[in-house]
Write a protein that binds this ligand. Structure first.
Ligand SMILES: [Fe+2]
Ligand SMILES: [Fe+2]
Length: 303
């Protein structure tokens, strides 16, 4: 495939970037609940015109909490997946072993960071905000799929993180600086993961026929469908959390509008931004042009 990614260069970049959880959360570093956490291109709370500015900010923060918790969830399947992949390739390339173990170690750190964030969010927000789960059940459902289908899902997730930060978060001056700092530090390490995912996809696809590759692409789509069902549940949780946090009663028509706009906002955040990412599409194209066409035929539903 046409790229310059290597295990050695991602390892060098990762060593240079490395940060500690204690450096980015805790002590003086607190969330500011007077500010939004998420860019509106992902939260889409502004479209809910029946909400006041304060109510929009509260819903935005509920979405921010769900965002980091959902990343915590998906990283619970990425961690064992990368470890299993590394376990099979312990011989032959020292840089590969070290880069993949560093990848797994960073995901373990991110899982812990997001748990730490959730504790702080719960302490400061004052209303319990449920998030889909449990993580172990979601991880085992995803890991039951073909490894190449799982690797494509991981590739999708990590390029998606790149896109969220670069296109929507980096230049948004309204966002809470502490929440933005968590996203920035996560993004800095995810850059290497997205490159390693590309190398993992290439390695898992090697020697497969086009029909076998297309079967894995269908599994990637099935995993997307599983995530999509989770997102519909998350919208119900978020609406319930919003009502409890604000005391606002919504009419049936307002609830319907909330569901429609927020489900599409979640689909765009977790599915559309990955399925339409240039790097994801290039990797699919490299596997077979049919793979790219298949994803392009369904991605508009998630945008
Ligand atoms: Fe991560
Ligand atoms: Fe990652």
């Amino acid at each position: 495939m046409n790229h310059s990614y290597s295990y050695q260069s991602t390892l060098v970049a990762s060593d240079a970037i490395h940060w500690r959880i204690e450096d980015i959360i805790g002590g003086e570093k607190r969330l500011d609940f007077a500010r939004p956490f998420m860019p509106d291109s992902l939260a889409r709370v502004e479209q809910l015109s029946f909400l006041t500015p304060d109510e929009k900010r509260i819903l935005n923060q509920i979405r921010g909490n769900a965002y980091l918790c959902i990343f915590g969830l998906v990283e619970e399947f990425i961690l064992p997946f990368v470890m299993d992949h590394a376990r099979k390739q312990l011989q032959g390339d020292d840089y590969r072993v070290r880069a993949l173990l560093q990848f797994a170690s960073e995901e373990a750190k991110h899982i812990q960071l997001f748990k730490r964030f959730r504790q702080e969010f719960e302490d400061g927000f004052g209303t319990d905000c449920p998030v889909i789960g449990p993580p172990e059940a979601i991880a085992s459902a995803i890991l039951a799929h073909d490894p190449l289908g799982v690797a494509l899902t991981t590739l999708h997730i990590e390029w998606m993180v790149q896109r969220h930060y670069v296109e929507s978060i980096k230049d948004d001056q309204e966002l809470d600086p502490q929440f933005k700092s968590l996203l920035k530090h996560h993004w800095l390490e995810e850059v290497q993961h997205a490159k390693l995912d590309t190398l993992m996809v290439e390695s898992l696809a090697a020697g497969r026929s086009e029909a076998e590759i297309m079967k894995s692409v269908e599994e990637y789509i099935e995993i997307g469908g599983f995530i999509d069902a989770g997102l519909a549940q998350q919208v119900e949780f978020d609406m319930d959390s919003f009502i409890r946090a604000t005391g606002r009663q919504l009419t049936d028509a307002e609830k319907e509008e909330f569901r429609t706009i927020q489900l599409q906002a979640n689909r765009w955040t977790y599915l559309g931004t990955g399925m339409t990412h240039d790097r994801v599409l290039e990797t699919l194209q490299y596997l077979t042009p049919k793979a790219r066409q298949r994803i392009e035929s369904i991605s508009p539903a998630f945008c």
